[in-house]
Design a protein around this ligand. Structure first.
Ligand code: ATP
Ligand code: MG
Length: 421
């Protein structure tokens, strides 16, 4: 069978580039193939910008003959990447895995292509393409499984998941993305081995989860994770969600959000919040999940701030001015609006926001030097209160020029005293 090259122009360009690289390695005497997601996705006519090449070419030869390929990850894996403006082409040496503890594995580079195919996770991910003839080389029945829309572990599923428990989460990701069902033995093994997920490093879980969360079918991903008994291990803080009344809504909201192309922070918030109105304790649970998954500091902060803001947004009319201003001026305001709207299109937040702050889009009248000058004469302990009052007055439209802002700041405290912060 001849592999159907991708139809969309970007994927076709990226694949052509990868084919060129693989042909070059073949020409200098090292068997090389396209393999993995790009081969699978092209057969399914899904656009694909990351392409994997497997090869018998040693690292020092790659360094010499492909200067654009940069070493990637630990040296012993002999992996290189060519980063193009469209995506990444990864070139990995054939390998086999010698020993495992469910988290790490000892690998050995090999010259044998077949061994490399058999160490891969699922049949649909192990179809290779000869770069010269575009012939499909399918040693594990991957094509039949694509046709039957099935995710099937290569080899003995229980062993493969014990070797590397992340594969269970990868199974969820591919089943969600592709809309495939899980083959029976693969499904049973995940059901039995599921709690092993907890022994993986936070980083590996987070990265794989992140691909589900920001993938094309995150709601489907949640459902599959639950059906396989993985949800409670992945999100122990939200273990009860599947039994709650809001579960179906949580799934459908996540699906709609993905279709609307909402950003990653919003998508994470949808996973970590309950479907209904959050309470204080739900925000504490979000903080726990962020800590447990060891998010990088800024990314974690962004998710937490956004989730907290959902709590405040539910009674925006009544929250203290200080917090309302913080939300109105926050860099995450757009994300918050999207998040609140996708969770409930009838939410009052937009109405209340427009009512409380009709001048929402106007930047402050005084900034930088002008602001410094305007506050120069104000007693230190008064400055914060007056600035908050000023911003509130600007956003609500009571002040309409820099002149008025200066006068407002300089005015005796009577203006400000009644401002509830
Ligand atoms: P996509 O790029 O759509 O996420 P992919 O199938 O290319 O999907 P990658 O994570 O890019 O997935 O990995 C490339 C290939 O490497 C996979 O198709 C699979 O053959 C193999 N692979 C990756 N991770 C594992 C793993 N943990 N165990 C076994 N094989 C793996
Ligand atoms: Mg890939």
């Amino acid at each position: 069978m001849i592999w159907p090259r991708p139809k969309d122009p970007d994927s076709a360009r990226q694949v052509d580039r990868a084919l060129e690289i693989a042909r070059q390695l073949c020409r200098i005497g090292y068997p090389s193939y396209l393999i993995g997601g790009a081969v699978r996705d092209s057969i399914l006519e899904i656009p694909t910008l990351d392409v994997d090449i497997c090869t018998s070419c040693p690292a020092d030869i790659i360094r010499e003959s492909l200067p654009e390929a940069k070493p990637w990850g630990p040296r012993r894996y002999s992996v290189f990447r060519v980063v193009t403006e469209l995506g990444e082409i990864e070139i990995a040496h054939f390998r086999k895995e010698l020993d495992y503890d469910g988290r790490h594995c000892v690998i050995q580079l090999v010259d044998n292509f077949e061994e490399d195919v058999h160490r891969r996770d699922f049949t649909v991910n192990a179809i290779a393409v000869n770069p010269d003839t575009l012939e499909v080389i399918d040693l594990v029945g991957g094509f039949a499984d694509i046709s039957a829309r099935v995710i099937r572990a290569i080899g003995e599923p229980a062993i493969r998941f014990k070797e590397d428990r992340l594969r269970m989460l990868r199974a969820v990701r591919f089943a969600a993305k592709l809309g495939f069902r899980m083959e029976n033995a693969t499904l049973s093994a995940i059901t039995l081995e599921g709690s092993g997920i907890k022994s993986l490093s936070a980083e590996r879980i987070r990265n794989e989860l992140s691909a589900i969360v920001s993938g094309p079918h995150p709601g489907r991903g949640m459902l599959i994770a639950h059906e396989l008994g993985l949800w409670e291990h992945l999100f122990p803080e939200r273990a009860d969600d599947p039994q709650s009344r809001g579960w179906e809504r949580k799934l459908s909201t996540a699906e709609r959000a993905a279709q609307a192309g909402l950003d990653k922070t919003v998508m994470w918030a949808l996973f970590l919040l309950p479907a209904g109105e959050p309470e204080e304790e739900d925000i504490l649970a979000v903080a726990d999940a962020i800590r447990r998954l060891k998010f990088p500091k800024r990314a974690g902060q962004r998710i937490l701030e956004l989730c907290k803001a959902v709590l405040y947004a539910k009674n925006f009319a009544d929250i203290p001015l200080r917090i309302a201003i913080e939300i109105a001026d926050a860099p995450y305001l757009e994300s918050l609006r999207e998040l609140v709207y996708i969770r409930d299109p009838n939410d009052d937040f937009e109405t209340e926001l427009a009512r409380r702050f009709p001048m929402l889009d106007k930047p402050p009248f005084l900034t930088g030097e002008a602001l410094k000058k305007a506050i120069a004469g104000i007693a230190g302990n008064e400055v914060r209160r007056r600035l908050i009052a000023l911003r509130g007055a600007e956003l609500s439209g009571k002040i309409r020029s820099a002149e008025e802002a200066r006068a407002f700041l300089a005015d005796k405290p009577r203006h400000h005293q009644r401002t509830r912060l």
